[in-house]
Design a binder for this molecule. Sequence first.
Ligand SMILES: CC(C)(COP(=O)(O)OP(=O)(O)OC[C@H]1O[C@@H](n2cnc3c(N)ncnc32)[C@H](O)[C@@H]1OP(=O)(O)O)[C@@H](O)C(=O)NCCC(=O)NCCS
Length: 159
Amino acid sequence: MSPSSDIVIVPAVEADAEAIVDLLAPYVAKQIVLPRTAEDIRAHIDNFQVARWRDRPGLAGCVALRDFGDGLQEVRSLVVAQKQSGQGLGSLLVRKAVELAAERHAKRVFTLTVRPNLFRHIGFTEVPVTDFPQKVWSDCANCPKRQHCDEIALALDLA
Ligand SMILES: CC(C)(COP(=O)(O)OP(=O)(O)OC[C@H]1O[C@@H](n2cnc3c(N)ncnc32)[C@H](O)[C@@H]1OP(=O)(O)O)[C@@H](O)C(=O)NCCC(=O)NCCS
């Protein structure tokens, strides 16, 4: 399972912000990923990687990191365009995010996800969400799903 050779994963640039908002939008509406504004994305653009078509405009996917300090990075804002799904692009984006986290000297990478198997295939294992109190305070507290959370916490230790 490998994504089209017409797709390359590269660091995002500020001009990608609106396209990233559009990629996230259908899954924000379904409460699968957290909303990000274009302004927020531009402010954290160095944390984003995008799957770009070699021969045409538009994005096939994106992924972001969030630095929680002390060597802890979160994989977030993971989305693949519907037409590209099931071809390994999501897994490749997660691997690229883990590579970037390692370059940034992360000791541990975690995610909260409704798609745990994708992360398990990459080596993440299930952990209690209470391992990440900073995440719970910053995002879960305001999340519309907080009373009926269906997300699973997984982590990958890099050290
Ligand atoms: C989740 C999402 C990013 C996956 O992208 P994708 O390109 O379809 O992912 P892949 O093709 O790499 O993987 C597809 C499936 O193959 C499975 N797979 C990956 N590697 C595998 C392997 N080596 N052997 C067997 N199965 C494998 C994955 O576990 C996944 O299974 P799942 O449907 O049970 O999760 C995409 O569907 C999406 O954007 N969904 C909406 C937003 C979302 O859910 N984001 C993540 C939430 S945190």
